[in-house]
Ligand binder design. Structure first.
Ligand code: ATP
Ligand code: MG
Length: 564
């Protein structure tokens, strides 16, 4: 027996207008349809219909995690500082971490993700290789003081995540636990009805080696991924990287200085020399924990500061200011070249491969140099993919021009390795009786974000339009208004519920049929059943929310259709 939810008693008002601060579709619709309400910036309350959708997502996630042998636990969200000190994340997490003090002055945090606490749990519970492998998970609210909490529940400061952690004694075991999660995630997102791509990702501040993101293509997304139209390559643009391909630069004439008055920018330089910007070498200066570092990229490309930050993480990266040039005769503003930058670390994009020749600053005012060859005239301390990826850049696998699309990150899986188990000294006794350091994976699904991503992908101009498994009800029964219509609507609702169908019935008195139909489309339950004009004959209308197809049927047939 499923329940009948009466709209006359539902604690959720639909709104005609979009909330004033809403920028993205899911935010507008989830608020207007009465699923969520804003409590504070990035902090959301889930009303009855929203809670049902969220619970459905949680159930699907739970079933698929159980199916790979995951054991559900529930750890606290209020956490002590010490474990996060041991791994360095108390400081490294930066301003996103909610830190607080208890009455005795002790430091606490609100968990943004729980690697430390799970590692300690396993350290306490597992003593031998026989206790592993293990996969533990929880579905719990996380806290991150996001810089720009926007887009409604897509990016909250409190949000629900499924986080799981695998513990293995060997690398092959970790690869297996990772593969199990990858499969479970494919099933979860398919059941949710989400369109998604698995993309290569960077591990970022989490550390570790291999990592992939599950990205749901959507305009509202804050990630950009590169997709190859020819092969199966797909990667977050943050993670697109190229092999270093040295070229033969031995025929390039010797470095030559050229006077270039008033050319402090790439545009002015290229125009005055009549060369394409791509033949020049741009050297961006940044400060990494206060030390100046130069970043070299072709003059027609932009530096992706996020990639520079990721390379140097957890060190802080800032742009240089005019003051940073005082007392630095080696740094001539607007005319910096990598040759003669002895005191500065130089990183460059792989496009600046050994043997390539460039026009670049001569480290003298109003002067540039040409025939400046990488590996001959200057050394690159490290090659790092730092350019902003552009549509049409070659696929690193097959060379075809890449397509770029916006997407929402709905899941992320990491092979962390031993970063956390080293910091917290998690060993178990191995087969040979000696201690073995445990290796670890960590895996997240954005549960609240998945609800918003689904709304983004499935809504139409009338409103939300849920896939069956996550919808807050199976059928939305509408009583057009007269007493007999309401009576029939309630009766049909009870009969459906008795057969296990989840029903939302619009039994509101004094609300026009037009408003009820508009609300039904806004709320987005997959099937709409109307007790209207032909109620006296025992005929109802059955409508498909997505296709808009409608037909008139005798009550018994409509019920049979919905319970088939
Ligand atoms: P983002 O880059 O979007 O901030 P992240 O890389 O910080 O995400 P993870 O630490 O990998 O995210 O967290 C696991 C999952 O939790 C993400 O894939 C995402 O679906 C979800 N998530 C992360 N931050 C938020 C947030 N502020 N609001 C809602 N969901 C979030
Ligand atoms: Mg984040």
């Amino acid at each position: 027996m499923a329940q009948v939810q009466r709209m006359s008693r539902l604690m959720a008002k639909t709104l005609r207008d979009d909330p004033a601060d809403a920028e993205v579709l899911s935010h507008k619709l989830l608020v207007r349809a009465g699923y969520v309400r804003r409590t504070a910036a990035g902090v959301w309350s889930w009303l009855p219909l929203g809670r049902k959708v969220l619970a459905n997502v949680e159930r699907i996630v739970r079933e698929e995690m159980d199916a790979i042998g995951g054991q559900e636990v529930l750890l606290p969200a209020l956490l002590p500082r010490e474990p996060y000190d041991a791994t360095g994340r108390w400081d490294e997490y930066g301003q996103e971490l909610f830190r607080l003090k208890d009455r005795k002055g002790g430091d606490y945090l609100l968990g943004p993700t729980h690697e430390e606490i799970f590692t300690l749990l396993v350290k306490d519970q597992a003593s031998s290789y026989k206790d592993l492998p293990v996969i533990l998970y929880q579905i719990q609210n996380k806290f991150r003081d996001e810089a720009r909490p926007r887009a409604g529940v897509l990016r909250g400061r409190e949000f629900c995540m499924k986080d799981s952690y695998s513990f293995d004694t060997e690398d092959e075991g970790l690869a297996r636990s990772y593969a199990l999660h990858r499969e479970a995630y494919r099933k979860i997102f398919a059941r949710l009805g989400l369109d998604y791509r698995i993309c290569a990702a960077t591990a970022g501040a989490m550390g570790g080696s291999k990592s992939e993101e599950f990205l749901a293509p959507a305009e509202a997304g804050e990630d950009t991924f590169a997709d190859c139209p020819n092969c199966d390559f797909a990667a977050n643009t943050e993670a697109v990287s190229y092999e270093l391909k040295p070229v033969d630069g031995s025929a390039v004439p010797a470095l030559e200085e050229i006077p270039t008055p008033d050319t402090p920018t790439i545009e002015t330089l290229a125009a005055s020399l009549g060369v394409p910007a791509s033949t020049t070498l741009k050297n961006l200066l940044v400060k990494v924990d206060g030390e100046i570092v130069a970043v070299g990229v072709p003059g027609d490309r932009e530096v992706d500061l996020g990639k520079v930050e990721a390379h140097f993480a957890p060190a802080a990266v800032e742009l240089v200011t005019a003051e940073d040039f005082t007392g630095r005769e080696d740094l001539v503003r607007g005319y910096v070249g990598p040759q003669g930058l002895e005191k500065v670390t130089y990183i460059a994009d792989p496009r600046v491969a050994p043997g390539t020749s460039w026009i670049t600053g001569a480290n003298k005012d109003q002067t540039h140099a040409k025939n400046v060859v990488a590996g001959r005239d200057f050394e690159v301390d490290a090659y790092v993919d730092v350019v902003v990826v552009q549509e049409g850049d070659p696929c690193p696998n097959c060379g075809t021009g890449l397509k770029l699309d916006r997407a929402i990150e709905i899941g992320h899986i990491f092979q962390l390795g031993r970063k956390y188990t080293d910091a917290l000294k998690l060993d178990v006794l191995g087969q040979n009786g000696k201690p073995v350091r445990v290796t670890m994976g960590s895996y997240g699904v954005g549960v609240t974000r998945a609800v918003a991503a689904l709304a983004e992908q499935t809504a139409d101009d009338k409103g939300l339009c849920w896939p069956a498994e996550v919808a807050p009800a199976d059928v939305h029964v509408v009583a057009a208004g007269k007493a007999a219509q309401t009576e029939l609507a309630l009766e049909v609702s009870e009969q459906l519920a008795a057969k296990g169908v989840r029903v939302l019935v619009d039994d509101r008195a004094g609300v026009s049929p037009g408003v009820k139909f508009t609300d039904a489309e806004l709320i987005g339950v997959p099937k709409i059943l109307v007790a209207g004009r032909r109620t006296a004959e025992g005929v109802v209308e059955l409508k498909d929310r997505r296709t808009g197809e409608r037909e008139e049927l005798p009550v018994a047939e409509a019920i049979a259709r919905l319970t088939a």
